[in-house]
Design a protein around this ligand. Structure first.
Ligand SMILES: [Zn+2]
Length: 522
């Protein structure tokens, strides 16, 4: 059910005391449009992909003790299905052995991608370290442990040498922030071989969108901030339950009112959901018709994706909640990264790609929403004044806020939000070009890059980026995103297209060079 929520706006640009009554916002764009779905059917795509896997075509070659298990079939734009697989070695899951098969609506295999790693042949498959010992070791990664899950024995193939490890999942607190660590403990030596944190911290500002329509549920005198038309989307406080009420009017326009924060959060994620459907052909946040809950009232100057829900805090002055479109879409962007093939990988470079994915979905969703209270731009948190210094990241010129513009060998050791800089910069160059005019900011090209880059528009750039994400594997680095996005541009627009040329030029513009086998834009 959809009802109108009464919400007047508080606009806090530099002073939170400026209060303006704003006109009612238009109905959400595309709200009544039908779902865009691929032709053919998922079962046909799965069968075609399974056949490609069993015949070991292209990148799907495997060793004698290896096999592939199908994980998911995700419909995408241009009538494609992305069928993802996990590889096993002697029956053990191989982390870093994942693969994606791209199948078109006619059931024809169009592409294969596999995480690149060394052969697991010869790796021991019996542990000498117990699961309990591995859990104890994993717990040392946190300053406070709240929960542990039983570890699973896996072959870790992300490094130089595959190794038998226990994958332990421990959750709690690290450096004062929530953390859910996947820790890979060498099952023969007991040493930590690798780890990654599912929790993605972001920061954001606080906007208000005037009087908006939000998806809720209920009837009579019992309502809930639970979106019945977008399964999994709901909003409430820190206990995880959706807010409820006796009528379907929510919020009071106050920057410190948490029900109001939920109105902002729901409005924002509902725009992101609709954008995914209308622009990118993706069904829901997870690609298979579902989203995740949002919580507000987090006692922190920050916002988080926790691996299963988003959580939003407030600005330092504690006058506004961190629930505008670019912050909300950033956090749910982490959910998209986690639920596209390969999931979230390890290391700062992969983490930087994850953070940039959040920033990119923030910019795309702002553009889609086209809400006059929040003009589209390529800044992150531009009006929050989260800590009194304006935006926290700049996508067209990351170095303006201290982040690198260009890819370099230091990215793998750069903090993840900073390591997002080059990919954010790539997206701007692709979407807008280096010198778009029309009042849009120009963007520097890194030394050694092309003399200019022609923008393809944000919707087209978004399609290319989504097409790349649909070919993600767990070992993704910048070079893999270049390859995946070029493949996506060719899939969507053909090799003989301006989109293909701009995709490559934008990569060269941030110093990510072409692999020797990169297809030409002929
Ligand atoms: Zn983030």
């Amino acid at each position: 059910m959809k009802f109108r929520a009464l919400l007047t706006a508080v606009v806090g640009i530099t002073t939170a005391t400026t209060t303006l009554a704003l006109p009612a916002d238009a109905a959400p764009p595309g709200a009544a449009q039908p779902q865009q779905v691929a032709a053919g059917d998922p079962a046909q795509a799965a069968a075609a992909a399974d056949k490609a896997v069993s015949s070991q075509v292209d990148e799907l070659t495997r060793g004698p003790d290896e096999s592939y298990n199908r994980v998911a079939v995700t419909p995408g734009a241009s009538e494609m299905y992305y069928v993802s697989y996990e590889r096993t070695y002697k029956g053990l899951p191989m982390v870093g052995g994942d693969a994606v098969v791209v199948v078109d609506g006619a059931g024809k295999v169009r592409d294969t991608v596999a995480a690149t790693g060394p052969s697991p042949r010869g790796v021991a498959t019996t542990a000498t370290i117990s699961a309990e010992q591995a859990t104890e070791t994993a717990k040392t990664r946190l300053s406070r442990v709240d929960d542990t899950a039983a570890p699973r024995l896996v072959v870790l193939a992300w490094g130089e040498q595959p190794v038998l490890t226990w994958e332990a999942v421990v959750s709690g607190i690290l450096d004062g922030k929530p953390s859910i660590q996947h820790v890979f403990v060498d099952a023969r030596t007991g040493k930590i071989a690798d780890s990654y944190d599912l929790v993605r911290a972001g920061t954001g500002n606080s906007y208000y969108y005037g009087q908006v329509t939000i998806g809720t549920s209920g009837s009579g005198s019992s309502y809930s901030l639970t979106d019945t038309s977008r399964p999994g989307i709901q909003c409430g406080g820190q206990n995880g339950s959706a807010y409820t009420g006796t009528d379907d009017t929510w919020g009071n326009s106050s920057g410190t009112n948490l029900e109001t924060a939920c109105v902002d959060a729901l409005y924002s994620v509902q725009r992101e959901w609709d954008m995914l459907r209308d622009w990118l052909g993706r069904n829901g946040i997870n690609g298979n018709g579902r989203g995740f809950p949002a919580r507000v009232g987090l006692n922190a100057v920050n916002a988080y994706w926790t691996g299963s829900y988003t959580n939003f805090g407030h600005n330092q002055a504690n006058t506004q909640q961190a629930t505008p479109i670019d912050v909300v879409a950033h956090e749910f962007g982490h959910a998209i990264f986690q639920t596209t093939p390969g999931g979230a990988g390890s290391g700062n470079e992969n983490g930087g790609l994850n953070e940039a994915t959040g920033d990119i979905f923030g910019a795309i969703t702002e553009a889609y929403a086209a809400n006059s209270n929040d003009p589209a731009d390529y800044l992150v948190g531009e009006e929050v004044n989260l800590v009194g210094q304006g935006p926290i990241r700049n996508m067209y010129n990351p170095s303006a806020l201290g982040d690198p513009n260009c890819y370099s060998s230091s990215i793998p050791s750069t903090e993840v939000h900073a390591a997002a800089g080059p990919l954010n910069h790539w997206f701007y160059l692709l979407a807008e070009g280096n010198n778009p005019g029309g009042g849009k900011p120009s963007s520097p090209i890194c030394s050694g890059g092309p003399s200019s880059v022609t923008g393809v528009g944000i919707q087209t750039a978004a399609k290319i980026f989504m097409g790349a994400l649909n070919r993600k594997t767990s070992s993704w680095r910048y070079a893999n995103v270049r390859a995946a996005s070029v493949a996506a541009a060719i899939e969507l627009y053909g090799a003989n297209s301006a989109q293909c040329r701009s995709t490559k030029a934008a990569w060269s513009g941030i110093n990510v060079v072409a692999a020797s086998n990169e297809p030409a834009c002929t």
